[in-house]
Design a protein around this ligand. Sequence first.
Ligand code: SAM
Length: 236
Amino acid sequence: MDKKFSKFSFELGDFYPFQNKHDLTIEQINTIENFHKLYFELLEKKSGLQISWLGHQTGKTPSDLWLYQELIVKNKPDLIIETGTHWGGSAMFLSTMCNILSFGEVLSIDLYPKENLPKADRLEYLHGSSIDKEIFDKVKHKCKNKNNVMVILDSNHETSHVLEELRLYSKLVPLNGYIIVEDTFLNGHPSHVEFGSGPYEAVDLFLKENNTFVTDKSLEKFLFTLNYNGFLKRIS
Ligand SMILES: C[S@@+](CC[C@H](N)C(=O)[O-])C[C@H]1O[C@@H](n2cnc3c(N)ncnc32)[C@H](O)[C@@H]1O
């Protein structure tokens, strides 16, 4: 098969599913948490739960990828910034959406260039620490003339790093736009207690010092996500 994707035409629909925040019982929450733990138990055994998009590995779950698809189609960000590229599968997924829509582009940031990062139209990589001044200056430059920047934070998961990313990158997000904090499940929310303080705690601290964002629990509609409390929407 040709390794370059081909252009095709399609009709964009206008059904934007809306889901209120689920009102869950303790038993239902326990079921979700047990499923989450089972997912990671099997993933970490490398027994087949790894995920790929167009042949490129990603650490995201199918439900979170689907959610990103819906969010991108509905909100139409003209720039998606991802901190934490790793294998490039998530960057490839996001840029595939932009290419299908012929709208928007992706900037994915990681410390070092990894080997064989996937190339795609509308996808650019940047190398350096996401909180480094020089890197953030380049990000701000990229945001010039952009009206709807969406940000996904998935790099170093220590609380101090994520909090610093939130402080910097939230400034780039417009009213009704999103900054998404990945992997809030760490430190017992509900798994990986041994990790210690992580992204979940950074979200808590950020929301205490910043009242222009709220957690959008409606985006936890698929029940299983790696980003509990991590979907932050700008409200003012
Ligand atoms: C969880 S992985 C990213 C997974 C990827 N987004 C996906 O969904 O498949 C985290 C990545 O963040 C990178 N990273 C760690 N510290 C970073 C920093 N300070 N700035 C940018 N990237 C960083 C690591 O090198 C690693 O590749």
